[in-house]
Design a binder for this molecule. Structure first.
Ligand code: MN
Length: 259
């Protein structure tokens, strides 16, 4: 019997998490641990300045007054007796592609699972609400089953984005593209004329090579990207070391004049 942890960043009341449960139930024993409210764009935040309360809503279904990362940490350390065979985060309402991946609580929950060496998937549905999840069930179940059977590369999660709607052109294995939001800070006046700022919205400037998640989604394909935990630009190491000669900067060298 396989053991599966489900979480999300949209909160326990999001219909996406029930859809995910529905999709994965046939694969094993599913336990849901999710934030008690919407935590979208909370990234990989961990709550360290207050205690956290876990509520059992029903059998194998819990909500936590914390972040998606908190949910994974508490599930893996306190709810599961041994590490689960799979973690799936989602189904997020809205794409997690390109630069948005850095902000995503959905992807960060899968990053946290990957840090514990639990094979982890982040799943999002793209497009605009209202979302209909029926078309995603089988796709998610097959991707999850393949992961359960074969595992994932070390330190790597599977980031899945599924186009909303009835028509899907196919599936593309992709790399992370770029999606930069232009004019994403709006200025608004309150009734007293004071200026406030809203972050969000704006116009996405796409830098979408043909092999990217951004390109796949804008062309109606399911996008599946292997996302690595190592943020190092390995080519940058020789630039820092040899071209910039950082290891020889005088402020450091003076600590050890003999070397
Ligand atoms: Mn979300």
């Amino acid at each position: 019997m396989k053991h599966i942890l489900i979480t999300n960043d949209d909160g326990i009341h999001s219909p996406g998490i029930m859809a995910l449960k529905e999709a994965l139930m046939p694969l094993g024993k599913v336990i849901v641990v999710a934030p008690d409210r919407d935590n979208s764009a909370i990234s990989h935040a961990l709550t360290m300045h207050r205690p956290l309360k876990l509520h059992a809503l029903q059998k194998d279904m819990y909500c936590l007054d914390g972040t998606p990362t908190d949910c994974v940490a508490i599930a893996l350390n306190k709810i599961f007796k041994k590490l689960p065979d799979l973690l799936v985060s989602g189904i997020n309402n809205g794409a997690n592609i390109g630069d948005d991946i850095s902000y995503s609580g959905t992807v960060s929950a899968a990053i946290e699972g990957t840090m514990y060496a639990v094979p982890s998937l982040a799943v999002s549905i793209t497009g605009e609400p209202p979302f209909s999840y029926e078309n995603t069930y089988e796709i998610i179940r097959e991707l999850a089953a393949k992961t359960l059977e074969n595992g994932l590369p070390a330190n790597t999660l599977m980031n899945v984005n599924i186009p909303a709607g009835a028509h899907i052109n196919g599936l593309r294995v992709t790399r992370q593209g770029r999606r930069i939001w232009k004019q994403s800070v709006q200025e608004v006046a309150d009734p007293r004329g004071r200026i406030h700022y809203w972050i969000g919205g704006g116009v996405p400037l796409l830098d979408a090579g043909r092999d990217t998640d951004v390109h796949a989604i804008s062309n109606g394909y399911v996008s599946v990207s292997p996302i690595h935990l190592d943020l190092t630009n390995h080519e940058g190491i020789s630039y820092f070391r040899d071209d910039l000669d950082l290891e020889a900067i005088p402020s450091i060298a003076k600590f050890n004049p003999s070397s």
